[in-house]
Ligand binder design. Structure first.
Ligand code: UD1
Length: 358
């Protein structure tokens, strides 16, 4: 029986997670090949990650970037089906990460070809179906045979949805990446954008969710909050937002910069005073870096980070960013989402699962 795993990645955070898992799989002798859907295609969003993280096992790029959700997902499905059916033998499983259009496209194709799906970061819910990611993660979980959760919260949620078989808590593979690559990033030259701000005084900001960026009132309210907060903001801007922001009034303390490579992001995280974001991954990375996070959303999947006020949900129409930026956590920092060995735990479970299939 073929024991090869095909892993599908496509968006920034997936490169980060896959990089550490691939290393762990290789160490246990599990054969894995990566397929890049091409969802992210700019060098700053994709190429720099692939290079910096040493992802040498990408065997195909399906070039499915851009377009509406339906067009992008459909194109990925057609291309990925062609890839899988063109292989000399079916793989043992298709592994997917998180909640992007690449995740759902690959899961649908694999399951219809009767190839088991492995979902890393399973069981997360925002309970907000207006987020495309929520649809993607629900469908993917329900199609998966092996589900790896970052914490018990995910296992409990899957159980509530009737999914109990093949569920494992391994911790968060992003923590493995954070720990491994933080050590590397320390030895690099400081990112040039740090010249614009003083260390330990600035906020690292990333805002890219359509709910914040496609609605002009919401985006204006976020910018107004930044304008009245007396600190500098370093904001790596997602390509989708660049043009819109160039037409809006941005105050002088807000420094708009290019999307940053992962290792530079880790360096900025280490040097900032706090984080303002609507990203999923950055909420956790802020916590691991022991920085306060202000999450510009009404809900979060990473509910554990809210304990003690390390992470706070922020509504730009209701709350004061200035006041939020001054508040301090009420409880001491403690470990969340594992111990940095999630990818090895995952690899061990996968190895046993593969041997049971012999
Ligand atoms: C995707 C994920 C989101 C994740 C984010 C990480 C989905 C539904 N969303 O959002 O969960 O947090 O990635 O960054 O999958 N674009 C470029 N260059 C690129 C990539 C995108 O210009 O390299 C532009 C294109 O116009 C594209 C648009 O950005 O159509 C949106 O990109 P897309 O990949 O659809 O979703 P993201 O917003 O990046």
């Amino acid at each position: 029986m073929n024991k090869e795993i095909i892993t599908v990645v496509g968006a920034r955070p997936q490169f980060v997670k896959a990089a550490v898992v691939s290393r762990a799989l290789a160490q246990l002798g599990i054969v894995e090949k990566l397929v890049h859907t091409g969802q992210h295609y700019d060098d700053a969003m994709s190429g720099s990650f692939v290079r910096d993280l040493g992802m040498v096992n990408i065997v195909a790029n399906l070039q499915c970037g851009g377009g509406s959700h339906a067009a992008q997902t459909a194109k990925m499905m057609v291309e990925f089906e062609g890839f899988l059916t063109g292989l000399p033998e079916q793989p043992a499983a298709v592994m997917v990460y998180g909640d992007t259009n690449s995740t759902i496209a690959a899961s649908l194709v694999a399951s219809k070809l009767h190839i088991p799906v492995i979902h890393v970061e399973a069981g997360l819910r925002s309970f907000n179906r207006e987020m495309p990611e929520e649809i993607n993660r629900i469908v993917t979980d329900h199609l998966s045979s092996l589900l790896f959760c970052s914490s018990q919260e995910g296992v409990d949620q899957l159980a509530r949805e009737g999914i109990a078989m093949g569920v494992h808590v391994v911790g968060d593979v992003m923590l493995d990446a954070f720990e491994h690559f933080s050590a590397t990033s320390k030895h690099r030259e400081a990112p040039a954008c740090l010249q614009d701000v003083r260390a330990e005084t600035f906020a690292l900001a990333t805002i890219h969710r359509p709910s914040n960026t496609e609605n002009k009132e919401n985006l204006s309210a976020i910018l107004a909050g930044m304008a009245e907060t007396p600190i500098d903001f370093l904001w790596p801007v997602h390509p989708r937002l660049q043009e819109r922001l160039s037409q809006m009034s941005v105050s002088l303390n807000v420094h708009l910069i290019e999307p940053q490579p992962y290792l530079d992001m880790l360096e900025l995280l280490a040097k900032c005073r706090l984080v303002v974001t609507d990203s999923g991954g950055l909420q956790k990375e802020a916590y691991w870096a022991k920085k306060c996070c202000i999450t510009v959303r009404n809900e979060t999947e990473w509910v554990e980070t809210l304990q003690g006020g390390w992470n706070r949900l922020f509504d730009p129409h209701r709350d004061s960013l200035k006041a939020f930026s001054e508040s301090k956590p009420s409880t001491p920092w403690s470990e969340l989402y594992g111990d940095g060995c999630a990818s090895f735990r995952l690899a061990n479970v996968l190895k046993n699962w593969l041997s049971e299939k012999e």
